[in-house]
Ligand binder design. Structure first.
Ligand SMILES: [Zn+2]
Length: 253
């Protein structure tokens, strides 16, 4: 008998009439906000994870046709890939920080390339990570031609509130959700990464950061936040004051 390992873990935070779900896979995370039957999707995994995103939506009792709009933290392939496929299929709008729009349209690319990765490839954990992400489409350069800046007001299920979190890419955005209780931090602040030796809150490896100094300033800004749960772009959910997680990340990395 073949037992297929579940490709993700889902955890949930309820807030009033809506629920927020972190979908955590071993390579990257995405977030679902559900209000009634309406869904907001934040990020969408690698190109090869589009079907996993659909499966995660069915898991919470929804349908991909119920996606009312999507948000992007940043246009790296592991966050935009599955989203680009689903956007084509279901036709919803994908909003992001105005600075990130040209990146998502692939008018330019701010992403670690072979020159950043090859020097690390002697490490077994980096090779294991590459073996996992190559079949998921890590080399894809596909963007979203119709990427859009945040409208005013941003009226999406679950009432996500964008927070500028530049540095990892020039227009990286985080989101406060669940009435401000949860910070969706994207890659500005993570709780693990397949190529990291650190466990717990951390800044992502410099090899993946576009602007390391600005990225650290963003994490410093998180130390003033009141949110009590972190939904990171990589690594498991972290409960406890996000401000403390941000301070620990600055010390750890
Ligand atoms: Zn990234």
């Amino acid at each position: 008998m073949i037992v297929r390992r579940s490709p993700f873990l889902i955890s949930r935070v309820d807030a009033g009439s809506s629920s927020a779900f972190l979908v955590h896979s071993d390579v990257v995370n995405w977030v679902l906000l559900q209000e009634g039957t309406d869904i907001t999707l934040i990020d969408g995994g690698y190109p090869g994870q589009a079907s996993d995103v659909v499966e995660s939506i069915r898991h919470i009792g929804g349908r991909p046709e119920d996606i009312r709009g999507a948000l992007l933290t940043h246009a790296h392939v592991d966050h935009i890939g599955g989203l680009a496929t689903l956007q084509e299929q279901y036709g919803f709008d994908v909003f992001m920080d105005p600075v990130e729009v040209s990146h998502a349209r692939r008018e330019h690319l701010q992403q670690a390339g072979p020159g950043d990765i090859v020097p690390l490839a002697y490490q077994p954990r980096v090779l294991r990570w590459l073996a996992k992400v190559m079949p998921l489409g890590v080399l894809s350069r596909k963007g979203i031609a119709e990427a859009k800046p945040f409208p005013d007001p941003l009226d999406l299920p679950g009432r996500p509130v964008p927070v500028a979190a530049h540095g990892h890419t020039d227009g990286h955005s985080a989101y406060l959700i669940a009435d401000g209780e949860v910070l969706v931090s994207g890659d500005a602040l993570v709780s693990g990464h397949p190529i990291s030796t650190i466990t717990g809150p951390q800044c992502i490896s410099d090899a993946f950061q576009h602007d390391v100094a600005t990225a650290r300033q963003t994490v410093e800004s998180f130390t003033t936040f009141d949110a009590t749960t972190l939904f990171p772009g990589h690594g498991p959910r972290a409960d406890g004051a996000v401000a403390d997680a941000a301070r620990r990340a600055l010390e750890a990395s």
